[in-house]
Every structure is written in C-alpha cells, then in structure tokens.
Design a protein around this ligand. Structure first.
Ligand SMILES: Nc1ncnc2c1ncn2[C@@H]1O[C@H](COP(=O)(O)OP(=O)(O)OP(=O)(O)O)[C@@H](O)[C@H]1O
Ligand SMILES: [Zn+2]
Length: 784
C-alpha cells in the first residue's frame, strides 16, 4: 500500500508566486524521477500543497520530506523569481520594449512589465544568465532598476517636470524676444534652449525605441519637432516639445500618487520598538525583532509588530489594516497587527511575525503584485493597439507619399501626416485601464479590502450574483444546543450518550453538544470506535450499543418514526440544526442546535441589493429548512442545502451556468474549493488568517462582511471610470484624426489634445483614490 505525505508548496518553493508557475510542474517531474509513485499538486485551503505518494518499503517519511526539500532547493537555485521596480518608463510602450527585449534574452523564461505599477516580474534560469546581466540589459535599454525601499530623491522624481518647466520659460522668453524685436539670433538661441530642455527625455526615449525597432510617440515628437525646425517654425516646434514633456511629467506624478497610496500606509508602522529582554527594556529597530520578543506599547502608540497580546487590555484602532472604523477591544491572547493604533491601555505584545512578514508588509507586497496583473479590458486594449498602430503608420506613410504625386507641396503633406500620427497615437487608451485599476486596488487596500488583480476588480464590478457559505460566514459559526427532546428515557441520558460519541469529533456541532453536557454537569465514559460520515454524522460503539447521531441522511433507507420526523421539522423551521440519536436501531430523541447570524448581515445584504447584486445564494451542508429559515432571517434569495464540500463546487458550476459570473464569499474553512471555482473568491478574516489572505481573489481584512458592499461599490465605480476613460481616449482620437487629416488642426493642437486627454484619463482614474460610496457609510479612506 502506498502512503502519502502532503507538504505546503510555499515551504518547498518559497519564491514561486503560485502553483500555476512552471516551477511547480518541474518539481513534480523531478520528484517522480526520484522513484516516488506519484507526485501531484492539490489546491487547498492553505494555498497549493504538494502530495507525494510513496512506497513505505522503499522510503521513510523523513526521506520523502528530504527529497522534496532538496528538489525545491535545487529548483529555487536554478530558476529564480523576482519582482523588480523599474524607473524611467514614460509610456506604456516602454513596458513592452523591456518585456520584448527580456523575452528575447537567452535564459529569461518569463518577463512581464507593468507600466502602471512600474514593476517587472521575472523568471530566469540562473545557469544561463545571472541577475547582474539582466540588470545590465535593462539599463542598456535606458531604464533603472530601483532597489526596494530606496526611493529616488525629490530632484530625481521631479526632473521631468523641471526640464519641462525650463523649456516653457525659454520658449516664453524666446517668443517675447521675437515680439520685442530683439535680434533673431537671441530669440533663436532661447528657442534652441527650449528645444534642448523639452526634448531631452523625449529624445532619449525615442532613441531607445528606435534601437529596439519599435514605433513610439516619442520618436514621432522628435521627427515632428525636427520637421518644424526644418520649416523654420521654431516656436511651434518648441511649443510641441514643451507641451509633450509637460504632459508626460504630470502624468507621471499622478501615477506616482496612486502607486504610493498604499506604501504610505506601511510607513505608519513604527521604526523602533521597546522590548523587554532579560528584565530590562531596550529600544530596537523593528527589523531586529524576533519571534517571541515581548514589546511594550504605551497608550496612543502604534503597534510595531504583528503579535499576540501577552498582557493588558485596550481598544485598538485597526483601520490601517482592516478598514474598520471602530476600535476593537483586545485582551490577552488576541491578535494585533503592526501599524494599528493602541488606545487607552498599555499592552505587552508577544511578537509572532518578523517585520517583513507582517500583515501590513504582506498587504503592501500583494497590492504591488496585484497592480501588475493585467485586467480583461487592459488585455483587450493592448490587442487593439497592436492592430491600430500599424494601420495608423501605414496611413501616415500614404499621406506623405501620395499628395506630392498630385502636385501638393511635400512639406505641407509631411507636416499634415505628422499631425495625424500625433492625433492617432493611442497613449490615453493605453493608460485608461491600468490607471483605474491601480487606483481602484490602492483605494480598496486603504479600506481594508485586498483585491488581487485588475481582473477581480473588473469582475466584481459587473457580476450580479454572490454565493455565501453559511456556517462561519453568514453565522458566527459557534452553534449551541437549544433543545433536547427525549423520546424514550430522560434528557440527561440522551445528552450523555450524545456527548460520549460527539466528544470524539472536532466538528463545531460536536463541540456544542459536549459543551452543553459539561454545562449540565454530566459525566460519561469514552465511546469506542467512531466512524465519521461526512455531511451526515457519526456512528460509534457506546456502552455495548451501536449508536448513530446525525441528520436524516445518516439513516437513509430506515424509516424514521412520524413523531420524531415532525418534531425535527418543527425545530428546523426555526432555523435549528437537528441531530437524531439512535441506539441499536431505536430512536432515542433529537438535539437541536442554533447558530447565530452575524451582526449586520441583513444590512450588508440590503446594501448589496441596492448596488445591483440581485441574486444572493446560500450554500450549506445543513438541511433545506434550516438554511431557508436563516436565509429569510438575513434576507438571502436562494438556498442550496444538503451539500457536501464537493457538492459546493458543483453548485458553483451550476450557478455559473445560470448567472454567468458568480462570486463566492467564505471564511476559508472547508469552503476554499468552492471559492476557488467561483469567478471571484472572496474570503473574510484576511488579517487574522494567512490562508484567507493568500488564497482568495479578494480578501476582506476584517473578520466580517461589513466591507463587502464597499468592495462591490468600489469595483463598480472602477468599471465606470474605465468605461469613461475608454470613451474619452477613443473620442479624442476619433475627433482629432479627421481634424488633422483635413488640416483644421495643426501639430500644436494635436499634441495639446493628445497629452491633455492622457492627463484627463489619469486624473479621472485618480478620483478612485478618494472613492466614497453614497450607499455605504463608514468607508472613508484611512488618512495618512
Ligand atoms: N459530528 C456531527 N454530529 C452530528 N451531525 C453532524 C456532525 N457532522 C456533520 N453533521 C451533520 O451534517 C451536516 C453537514 O455538515 P457539514 O460539516 O458538511 O456542514 P456545516 O459545516 O455544518 O455547514 P455549512 O456547509 O453551512 O458550513 C450538519 O448540518 C449535520 O446535520
Ligand atoms: Zn505618451
């Protein structure tokens, strides 16, 4: 008989972002080659796990573990994964340039660059190429790789704006000098200076794209400015370069704001902490905190690390992490998070996570990561650009070549063709979606909602159906016994038998039965062999009898007496879960248990309805009547009951057939497979449970549903902004092309409108950073 061992994939391949990475496949192949019977991946609650089937005669468990670790280390050494910050990109085309150049580089397996997030995700074969070689390649293209956490200085960040400002001043001076009748050489010198200042970065970028043989608007600007100079229109050429550089500089500053919106939150975390070590208090840097250190947090101070309260009581303002506006009471044993604000009481906190692993650090990392993921609309506009740009280029070539054949002057048709090219460059279109996604994700994070990619943001913005897990999501997940109905014998003996059997199970229902029996002071002897029947109940030996406890499905085939059936139905109609108890084929009675709906669920569902979520569905392992009663109490439309965990997955499939896109909300406990099958898997409790944070598509950081309407409202707003941006950018192109074609607008106006529309689109997207929903209260972004 083969045995199996399962290990967290993240422990074996720590740098691999997820199981879809090629390294996961390499790992399973490598291990299979070692002689293990079968190696495969299972996607589970805790992210992906590696399942190793082996013959115990050939391998010991520890040997298998060793093999897995060795294989992981080998792959990790060989195939490196990195995410780098890139500086100096000033048009989405730059991202494509880097991407293509790296993809063509030997040894680079994967490279994807996000212009909006200024990030490069890289996978490379370290036996073929080293990190320095890759960095050199990027630098050779004219871009810089920023080391994490080290920001450029003020001058470096604003250098484009400074150059553009200088160009503007020189242009103005040159123009005034011309008006005042100064010698032509003086005004020409000033204009030449404006050319240099305004064209500096444009020329650099144009050179880069020419070298990598790509069309780029920068190239176009340089050609147009040179053309203007050749025609003697120096003022116009300088104006062009000035407007172009100003537009780009402003656009950059705006995008920087969105990028930094979330990092600013992390900055809130203190840099040092006061630790008790060997009886003395010393101040250490947070990076030097160890797990198990006890840090002292005075009233009003921010908590320096993720940990557990060791002593003290206080209300902690958790809004930077969870978005909750009300402080949360903390007592010994409770979890606390770095960057949250201690209230009135002093706390001693035992550190459980290193600074770089803190929930806040993970959030910042995940947001940066999420901002690089392309959304469906972005993929569409990327593809559109690929078709559109060559057409425009061909059109412009015809415009230059054809009119002179019919006797029109060459200079004029050349100039007109350039104007058309400026008009048709889809710069605004390229930035329309990523800027909105960037801002939307940043705003969500500042409201305690982690959205792990533009796709999820867009999907959540359009879907109209959301499924909810019942236990632990809609209810608090702590059932208690409400009724004990004994048919034969008394209540005490019924509860004793039930508790004896249930004490062998870890199911929350079982714990409730045991708690009730203990509360009544009952004592019992251990039950024998217990067999747990998933989704049905338990069977066991107790006191020489064959005892069965569970729902009607456990007794399939055997008739249940009418009296019992009616009692059970009555209790279930009240929203109580019932357990039938049978010993040696005879029914002894019923236990009824109730779980309390979470506070505020009703209101959350009302808000969702207002936002256009018309279908809300409950998925539960419990029976139909119980599900219905709770659904009615909180205001859900549909109930799918009696589902085993695998049925929940199938139910998601059926819902998708009916409603198209469907989200699934759960707490990550036994509903993770269903969440994985939803269009958008939403987990709550992201701050407290790593599982929820890592595996979900969207994580609500607080352990409740209160931020769900905010997440939906924000996603819808983001969709609207994306749509507006597409209209603006396409609209300007559609108006400008004929205008330039027929000569109604010159290059100057074309550049103004082109850069203007790009800037408007970015500013429009930035509005999302301050998004507040008219329907959802308490959704102010966390101030920084
Ligand atoms: N230990 C047990 N004792 C008695 N009945 C049980 C036990 N375990 C499960 N059951 C029965 O099986 C049903 C389904 O259990 P399951 O664990 O699949 O769902 P759940 O977690 O209770 O609910 P949900 O699907 O809403 O999260 C329970 O409602 C109960 O009737
Ligand atoms: Zn541009």
């Amino acid at each position: 008989m083969p045995e199996k061992l399962t290990l967290d994939l993240s422990l074996i391949l720590p740098d691999v972002p997820d199981e879809r990475d090629a390294c996961a496949g390499r790992l399973t192949r490598l291990l299979q080659a070692e002689g293990l019977e079968k190696v495969h991946l299972v996607r589970e609650d805790g992210g992906a796990r590696l399942c190793l089937h082996y013959d115990p005669q050939l391998f010991s468990v520890s040997r298998v573990r060793e093999l897995a670790q060795a294989a992981g280390a080998k792959l990790g050494n060989h195939y490196r994964h990195e995410s780098l910050r890139i500086d100096g990109m000033d048009c989405p085309t730059c991202a494509t340039v880097i991407e293509h150049a790296l993809q063509r580089t030997d040894g680079v397996l994967e490279a994807s660059v996000s212009y909006a997030a200024e990030r490069l995700r890289l996978e490379y074969d370290s036996e073929k190429i080293g990190r320095p070689a890759i960095l050199r390649r990027i630098q050779a293209l004219g871009y810089a790789v920023l080391e994490e956490g080290r920001e450029a200085g003020w001058f470096a960040e604003h250098r484009e704006l400074i150059f553009s400002g200088v160009a503007g001043l020189l242009l103005l001076a040159g123009w005034l000098a011309g008006l005042a009748g100064a010698p032509r050489n003086l005004s020409l010198g000033l204009l030449l200076g404006a050319y240099a200042a305004g064209g500096f970065y444009t020329l650099r970028d144009a050179w880069q794209s020419v070298k990598s043989r790509r069309f780029d608007i920068d190239t176009l600007m340089i050609v147009a400015a040179a053309g203007a100079a050749a025609l003697g229109a120096w003022e116009e050429g300088a104006l062009l370069l000035f407007l172009f550089s100003l537009g780009h500089a402003l656009e950059h500053m705006a995008m920087d704001r969105a990028r930094k919106a979330i990092e600013a939150l992390a900055e809130l975390a203190p840099k040092t902490a006061v630790v008790q070590r060997d009886g003395v208090e010393i101040e250490v840097r947070v990076e030097d905190l160890q797990r198990g250190d006890r840090v002292i947090v005075k009233p009003g101070q921010r908590i320096p690390a993720d940990g557990q309260v060791a002593s003290g009581n206080s209300a902690v303002g958790q809004s930077p992490v969870t978005g909750e506006s009300m402080p949360v009471d903390k007592q010994p044993g409770d979890k606390v998070f770095a960057a949250t604000v201690n209230g009135e009481g002093a706390l001693v906190i035992e550190v459980t996570k290193l600074a770089r692993e803190s929930t806040m650090a993970r959030m910042v990392e995940m947001v940066a990561e999420a901002q690089t993921q392309k959304s469906p609309t972005q993929r569409f506009t990327d593809r559109f650009e690929c078709i559109f740009v060559p057409i425009v280029l061909a059109g412009a070539a015809l415009l230059i070549a054809l009119p002179p054949l019919f006797g029109f002057p060459f200079a004029e048709s050349f100039y007109r063709a350039l104007a058309v090219l400026v008009a048709a460059s889809p710069c605004a279109l390229a930035i329309a979606t990523p800027s909105a996604v960037l801002s939307g994700i940043a705003r969500a994070a500042r409201g305690g909602v982690l959205i792990k990619g533009g796709a999820h943001l867009e999907n959540l913005g359009v879907l109209t159906a959301i499924a909810f897990d019942k236990t632990g999501t809609l209810t608090i997940g702590k059932p208690r016994v409400t009724d004990v109905v004994a048919i034969s014998g008394n209540e005490e003996s019924l509860l004793t038998i039930a508790a004896a059997v249930e004490s062998r199970s870890a199911h929350p229902l079982a714990q409730a039965v045991v708690a009730e029996a203990k509360g009544r002071g009952l004592i019992w002897s251990e039950a024998g062999e217990v067999e747990a029947v998933t989704g049905k109940g338990l069977r066991a030996e107790f006191d020489g009898q064959k005892v069965a406890i569970g729902n009607a499905k456990l007794f399939d085939g055997k008739p249940i007496p009418d009296g019992i059936q009616q009692q059970a139905m009555r209790l279930e109609a009240e929203g109580k879960t019932t357990m039938l108890i049978q010993a040696d084929g005879q029914f002894l009675g019923i236990l009824a248990l109730a779980d309390t709906p979470r506070e505020g669920v009703r209101q959350v569902l009302e808000r969702l309805h207002q936002l256009g979520i018309t279908k809300t569905i409950m998925l539960t392992g419990d029976n139909e009547r119980v599900g219905r009663a709770i659904a009615d109490a909180v205001g859900l439309n549909e109930v799918k009951a009696g589902l085993l965990p695998e049925d929940k997955v199938k139910a998601m499939g059926a819902l998708a057939q009916r409603y198209g896109l469907v989200a699934m909300v759960g707490d990550g406990v036994n509903d993770a497979p269903a969440m994985a099958h939803a269009t958008v898997g939403i987990a709550m409790g992201g701050a407290g449970t790593d599982v929820a944070l890592e595996t979900a598509d969207v994580a609500l950081m607080a352990d409740d549903l209160s931020k769900l309407p905010f997440a939906v409202a924000l996603s819808r707003a983001s969709r609207r902004v994306i749509r507006q941006n597409l209209w603006i950018s396409l609209g300007v192109v559609v108006l400008l092309i004929p205008a330039t074609l027929f000569g109604w607008a010159g290059i100057g106006l074309a550049v103004l409108l082109h850069e203007g529309s790009t800037f408007v689109v970015v500013i429009n997207a930035l509005r999302l950073l301050n998004f507040r929903s008219p329907i959802v209260e308490n959704d102010r972004p966390v101030p920084v």
